[in-house]
Design a protein around this ligand. Structure first.
Ligand code: PRP
Length: 178
């Protein structure tokens, strides 16, 4: 029997339109700077970063960072672990952290602090999805694609237990452990 697909929360077309708007806004905001460094947070941001970066009209370079803030299930422990640091030198550069989702905020808060230690010229943050109702720490998000509710979301880079990352839309699933 074929597996049932997650119910759609945000369509592929809506994501595409919003990513274009975000790219336009970011390109305009950074127009008078040099080139920016996009720091994609693995794994979840890989598709968003790919689409966003290709729609920017300003010079940009790409870095990745990997952290782990969840185990295989869906409950945040609040503990963030650095798995891989940026490879290039970001000292004196304008950094834009690109996240797929900000949920409790622990990951982004940790990342800002961590990247600040590399002494960039500036750090801004961009998240495709934001769950304002789940915030546990105050963290600045400069660019937000969509605000969403408490649902567990998959697709467009996001997973549930490593499933559904390559779904073209944002879908909703019901985690087994909630
Ligand atoms: C997800 C997401 C963010 C983080 C947000 O990563 O990509 O990095 O959780 O949650 P928070 O705001 O509660 O800290 P996850 O640990 O699931 O790893 P993944 O990106 O590799 O799937």
């Amino acid at each position: 029997m074929p597996e049932q697909q997650p119910a759609e929360l945000i369509s592929e077309a809506a994501i595409d339109a919003r990513v274009r708007e975000l790219a336009e806004q970011i390109s305009s905001d950074y127009a008078d700077k040099g080139d920016i460094v996009l720091v994609g947070v693995l794994k979840g941001s890989f598709i968003f970063l790919a689409d966003l970066s290709r729609r920017l009209t300003i010079p940009r370079t790409i870095e990745f960072i990997a952290v782990s803030s969840y185990d295989s299930g869906s409950v945040s422990s609040g503990a963030v672990r650095l798995v891989m640091d940026v490879r290039g030198n970001i000292e004196g550069r304008d950094v834009l952290i690109v996240e797929d989702i900000v949920d409790t905020g622990h990951t982004l808060k940790y990342l800002i602090g961590m990247l600040e230690s590399h002494r960039p010229a500036s750090i801004r943050t961009c998240a495709l999805l934001h769950k304002p109702g789940s915030a546990e720490v105050d963290v600045p998000i400069d660019y937000i694609g969509f605000g969403i509710g408490d649902e567990w979301v998959v697709g467009y880079g996001l997973d549930y237990a490593e499933r559904d990352r390559t779904l073209p839309y944002i879908g909703m699933v019901e985690p087994d452990d909630q």
